[in-house]
Design a protein around this ligand. Structure first.
Ligand code: AMP
Ligand code: ZN
Length: 468
């Protein structure tokens, strides 16, 4: 398989460090709110990479963290008057629900920053001992100029960065030796979560957690490190500096970065306020449609969110499911006759479609081309399967469609079969909203369900629902 490596800016043949095994680390979300569609793009893309590598026979160790200590979490906790762990635990649970609904498999390990503090402290100590870090007034900084290869991932020049940074220096950072030095450990402020450390009570900087967790759960060298392209600088650059300085070895072999999900040609983001949460979009579309929409573009191409494009994805998916159902129904009714010579030929064509699907996926995970191949397969199915078709042929066709959809994480079962789970999920969300005294949200969920012909009844035994 060829992977475009951000580090070398080339497509390279993927060669694992250990035969048959792949360690993948994907930077996960900061858990202070529901995730939006932009955050879902790396989740879906790299879950598909994992599924493809698994299909190819690799044993995949997939690690993705939850950043559960961060300014935004603390801010939200203070607004609600609760401990920041209440906020992070709440949104970890919500992210996990969204991931499941998008068919994103649970990671092999989902480490949380707050549970890895001792290892992070040890890493900072190693960096201090090796002369790569220094402490001033309870803050520990990474001595960037000490790491000679700084800038190699983002292809930035250290001198340009330094002159650009000087004017950006924020107050309180005069104590730094150099404007490029970044924080590894920061001292406690009133009302913030903190941990004991050799430099006084405080908490780790964001970049530190990924260096630490990837080492612990994968090893000093990771096969593939991935995330959104906004993480290249400074986050991934800083991860490289920390890990390579501490471990004395290469940090990651292949760096994969997804392009942005945009809306009106701007990056979808919380700060711009131009976002839809996955939860919101799930009230309009099945998340299978959203997954299909995300994979309809190559992951390194920007993808513009528009109702038209999502509608097109919905129709495309519908076409696949209809063909699949027709083939499945025909298989049930068909007698066990052996395939006709024409069917034999079509079976050979099915094999070539599977090969072409693989060729597309091997070309830097080109899911857009892979989906086109599925459409060609569906066309073959529609033009060759009828009441006279043999069971063997129909079954070969359904197995092929199912297998290829499976690699993309697309279910071949239809919406309606998933509907009960979806209703239960919305009811649970409404209960949660009521518990939080968010009655506007609870009413909104009730109305959404009503629009879809589901009436809720609050009884002593809990919430009951019926179709109206
Ligand atoms: P954050 O919680 O902001 O750190 O984001 C979690 C992940 O979502 C990171 O890998 C980001 O790069 C990614 N991400 C955030 N916004 C977008 C977007 N609009 N399009 C694609 N990826 C995004
Ligand atoms: Zn990271």
């Amino acid at each position: 398989m060829k992977i475009y490596n951000t580090m070398t800016r080339k497509k390279e043949e993927f060669v694992p460090i250990r035969e048959g095994k792949v360690g993948i680390y994907v930077c996960g979300p900061t858990v202070y709110d529901f995730i939006h569609m932009g955050n879902a793009r790396p989740m879906i893309v790299f879950d598909t990479l994992r599924r493809y590598l698994t299909y190819k026979g690799y044993e995949v160790n997939y690690v993705s963290n939850f950043t559960d200590v961060d300014d935004k979490i603390i801010k939200r906790a203070n607004e609600e008057g609760v401990d920041s762990s209440v906020i992070s635990e709440r949104y970890i649970a919500e992210v996990k629900k969204d991931m499941a609904a998008m068919n994103v498999q649970e990671a092999t390990t989902h480490p949380k920053a707050t549970e890895e503090i001792p290892d992070m402290i040890a890493l900072v100590q190693t960096l201090i001992e090796k002369g790569y870090a220094y402490e001033v007034n309870g803050t520990v900084y990474f001595r960037t100029r000490q790491f000679k290869e700084y800038g190699k991932l983002s292809h930035k020049n250290l001198d340009d960065l330094r002159s650009g940074n000087r004017s950006l220096q924020v107050s309180g950072e005069e104590e730094k030796e150099d404007s490029l030095d970044f924080v590894l450990w920061k001292p406690k402020k009133e009302g913030e979560p903190s941990w004991e450390s050799p430099w006084g009570e405080g908490r780790p900087g964001w970049h530190l957690e990924c260096s630490c967790m990837s080492k612990k759960y994968i090893g000093d060298i990771i096969d593939i490190h991935a995330g959104g392209e906004d993480l290249i600088f400074p986050h991934h650059e800083n991860e490289i500096a920390q890990s390579e300085a501490a471990n004395g070895t290469e940090f990651a072999r292949y760096w994969m970065h997804n392009a942005f999900l945009k809306i009106n040609n701007e990056k979808m983001s919380k700060s711009l306020g131009n976002f839809f949460t996955i939860r919101e979009i799930s009230e309009k579309y099945s998340l299978q449609v959203i997954r299909f929409f995300m994979l309809s573009a190559h992951y390194r191409s920007p993808l513009n969110f528009s109702a038209d494009l999502v509608e097109a994805a919905k129709n495309g998916l519908e076409r696949i499911l209809t063909a699949y159902e027709k083939a499945e129904e025909t298989a049930k009714k068909a007698a066990g006759v052996t395939p006709s010579p024409e069917e034999q030929e079509s079976i050979e064509r099915i094999e070539t479609f599977i090969q072409r699907f693989e060729v597309a996926m091997e070309d830097d995970l080109n899911t857009a081309d892979a989906i086109s191949v599925i459409f060609e397969l569906v066309k073959l199915s529609n033009t060759t399967i009828d009441a006279q078709s043999s069971k063997v042929y129909c079954e070969r066709m359904t197995a092929a469609i199912r297998q290829l959809c499976d690699i993309l994480g697309i279910e071949t079962v239809r919406e309606a079969e998933l509907l009960d789970e979806e209703i239960e999920r919305l009811i649970e969300e409404r209960q949660q909203a009521r518990k939080n005294k968010d009655f506007a949200k609870a009413d909104e969920i009730r109305n959404t369900l009503l629009e879809q012909g589901i009436a809720l009844e609050d009884t002593r035994e809990g919430v009951k629902w019926k179709k109206i």
